[in-house]
Ligand binder design. Structure first.
Ligand code: NAD
Ligand code: TYD
Length: 355
């Protein structure tokens, strides 16, 4: 079996669902159920004996040690993190605690477990750390996309904390020989994406008749990766990646934010036209920019394609259509995640951004 951390969050829950759709190998899912963790994402696995959910933190070394001892997984895949840049600007401490200190405690527990395995199990074991392209910093408009050799230049408390966790993971390979793999991926989108991030926020706000807040000039560029493509990349790296190596994962889909928002509006205009016949674009407003906002991210996903034969299956056009349709078909999920704490966050992040 495998141990997944953060498997009740956006990418982790997609990963667990896809994993169990493709194999009978069981999953232990350790998740602290922060505001971003949602067991409803895993509702279809409620009576599935292949999925064991454990409510707890990666920072709890004793708990992780006991899970490793009890279940003897052949791999650990670490998704657990604080993941939202804007929240890291408002309050960096949780990012330091989970992404750095938590990853450290997880690594320590895994190292102790791995050291005690017999030789064949030791050879086969993998620790896969899921990271982000944001550790590489910001690119100018015509600079080449990030390769795995790009220097680390994190600019937000979020990306700095992820960079620190990547360094710890690397060091456990070089110092102790722990068989680690690291993936650095671009912006994911798809089902179960918490509506504090750009794409789901725009869909949810549009349908609720609220404004669509674009930071600054909306010309910041991100590379967009459909979440199920990301999950297939992780499975492939786990299966065939070389220990100690880093693999960049991207969708070959660089887009300015404003184009993303227009595409969402256009798809909603087709699928769920506004009662007054106007476009959802009418709801777009420009708001104060994010401090230290990275201008452009772009991933060169050539290494994972050359070495492991992985390529994304979705184009942005097919992936965004699936995503918009998923939100239209899952309005109950959307309503349930908009709790009091979600509303408090929206108030905190947007109230002070002058339109
Ligand atoms: P998310 O915020 O949706 O989910 C994070 C999950 O981790 C939640 O279920 C939360 O409850 C859990 N968690 C938080 N702290 C924990 C702790 N101490 N112990 C155990 N569980 C804990 O994040 P996501 O978007 O699914 O991202 C998953 C991973 O992928 C993160 O490491 C993130 O940095 C990375 N990543 C995300 C993106 C993206 O576009 N979403 C892009 C690149 C990399
Ligand atoms: P986000 O989804 O927060 O991901 P990240 O900051 O990790 O790339 O934001 C994606 C882009 O969208 C980023 O450039 C910030 C921008 N953005 C807005 O313009 N308005 C918003 O309300 C949000 C949440 C993000």
């Amino acid at each position: 079996m495998i141990l997944v951390t953060g498997g009740a969050g956006f990418i982790g829950s997609n990963f667990v669902l896809d994993w169990l759709a493709g194999t009978d190998e069981a999953v232990i899912n350790l998740d602290a159920l922060t505001y971003a963790g949602n067991r409803e994402n895993l509702a279809s696995l409620e009576n599935d004996a292949r999925h064991v959910f454990v409510h707890g933190s990666i920072a709890d070394g004793a708990l992780v040690a006991s899970l490793l001892k009890q279940y003897q997984p052949r791999a650990v895949i670490n998704f657990a993190a604080e993941s939202h840049v804007d929240r890291s600007i408002h309050g960096p401490e949780d990012f330091i605690q989970t992404n750095i200190v938590g990853t450290f405690h997880l690594l320590e527990a895994v190292r102790a477990y791995w050291s005690g395995l017999d030789e064949p199990a030791k050879q086969d074991f993998r620790f896969l750390h899921v990271s982000t392209d944001e550790v590489y910093g910001s690119l100018s408009k015509h600079a080449p996309a990030f390769t795995e050799e790009h220097r680390y230049e994190p600019n937000s408390p979020y990306s700095a904390s992820k960079a620190a966790s990547d360094h710890l993971v690397r060091s456990y390979h070089h110092t102790y020989g722990l068989p680690v793999l690291t993936t650095n991926c671009s912006n994911n989108y798809g089902p179960y994406h918490f509506p504090e991030k750009l794409i789901p926020l725009m869909i949810v706000n549009a349908l609720a008749g609220k404004s669509l807040p674009v930071y600054g000039d909306g010309q910041q560029i991100r590379d967009w990766l459909y979440v199920k493509d990301h999950c297939s990349a992780i499975r492939r790296v786990l299966q065939a990646g070389r220990c100690g190596e880093v693999y960049n994962v991207g969708g070959w889909n660089e887009k300015p934010n404003i184009d993303i928002v227009h595409t969402v509006c256009q798809l909603l205009d087709e699928a769920r036209p506004r009662a007054d016949g106007k476009s959802y674009r009418e709801q777009i407003i420009t708001v104060t920019d994010r401090p230290g906002h990275d201008r452009r991210y772009a991933i060169d996903a050539g290494k994972i394609e050359r070495e492991l034969g992985w390529k994304p299956a979705e184009t942005f056009e097919t992936g965004i259509r699936k995503t918009v349709n998923w939100y239209l078909d899952n309005q109950a999920w959307v309503a349930n995640v908009q709790s009091g704490s979600y509303r408090d966050w929206v108030e905190k992040n947007y109230a002070e951004r002058a339109a």
